[in-house]
Design a protein around this ligand. Structure first.
Ligand SMILES: [Fe+2]
Ligand SMILES: [Fe+2]
Length: 278
């Protein structure tokens, strides 16, 4: 089970990052759709594993993710095609279950879609360290603050997706499980928006596997209390940057994110109440 979960996990990361690395809007949308399904595949595999009594972790092979660091969109496309082909091969070697059948069905269609994308030698600029946001004038200190924020926050959002997904699958309280689902989906959205900006500025960085002690055998009540604090801190970071950035569009975006962070605190509080009420 573990290798299947890791595979779907790697696909999720590859597709969500690839979706912010390509220029063409249609390609971005298709890659993002696929990323969302690869995320669901991972969660379904985790759910099956738990139901069957297997323990698992949220590790992934960093070498797989490193494959995204290519020079052209054409090369990126080859990486994604190879990824889906590998998934289909791996799943086909497994005993067929409803989940495995669904995953094979999905990935075959996604492979068809990805093969149909016309991406060529356009250079990938996501890693070129330009630190410029095309079409936006920013003062040096605002730019430095934005770059720092994006690098920190993409990493944090990825970490939260990992933790919330793991907790969701291991939670038997419906209210808590729903809250974790919502939090994971919001974090996927935040990750995408932050990674989009990071990619435009040439400072996109790949995620790292999260240490097991961040999500395994943790006291859920303690974790929830700490994370309510963290969400409040995220709100504050967004507000500080919104104030500093000196650009209306970016400032509006940061205020929007900061208000979502406030709601994350509320969702965690509901989960906390549900868990405490056991
Ligand atoms: Fe967030
Ligand atoms: Fe949050």
């Amino acid at each position: 089970m573990q290798h299947l979960i890791s595979k779907a996990h790697e696909s999720f990361i590859k597709f969500i990052y690839a979706s912010v690395m390509v220029e063409d809007n249609r390609a971005r949308r298709i890659l993002e759709d696929i990323a969302r399904f690869e995320y669901r595949h991972m969660v379904w595999l985790m759910t099956d594993a738990r139901r069957e009594g297997h323990s698992f972790n949220m590790d992934f092979d960093e070498r797989e993710i490193k494959k995204l660091e290519v020079n052209t969109e054409g090369e990126l496309l080859s990486v994604l095609i190879e990824d889906l082909e590998n998934n289909i091969k791996t799943y086909s070697d497994e005993k067929e279950t409803p989940t495995i059948a669904r995953l094979i069905n999905d990935d075959k269609h996604f492979l068809y879609l990805v093969r149909g994308l016309e991406l060529d030698d356009r250079e990938i600029t996501a890693f070129n360290q330009s630190r410029e946001l095309p079409g936006v004038e920013l003062k040096d200190d605002a730019k430095a603050a934005l770059v720092f924020f994006l690098m920190e926050e993409t990493f944090k959002e990825y970490e939260l997706i990992t933790i919330y997904s793991y907790l969701k699958v291991h939670s038997d309280k419906v209210v808590a499980s729903c809250a974790f689902t919502d939090l994971a989906y919001d974090s996927i959205y935040h990750l995408k928006r932050f990674a989009e900006l990071a990619s435009k500025m040439g400072v996109l960085t790949m995620p790292k596997p999260i240490p097991h002690d961040k999500y395994q055998n943790i006291g859920v009540v303690e974790f929830l209390k700490e994370n309510i604090e963290e969400e409040m801190d995220a709100e504050k970071q967004c507000l500080i940057l919104a104030e500093k950035i000196g650009n209306e569009e970016l400032s509006d975006f940061l205020l929007f994110i900061s208000r979502q962070e406030v709601y994350h605190g509320e969702l965690l509080q509901r989960a906390l109440d549900a868990v405490k009420g056991e």
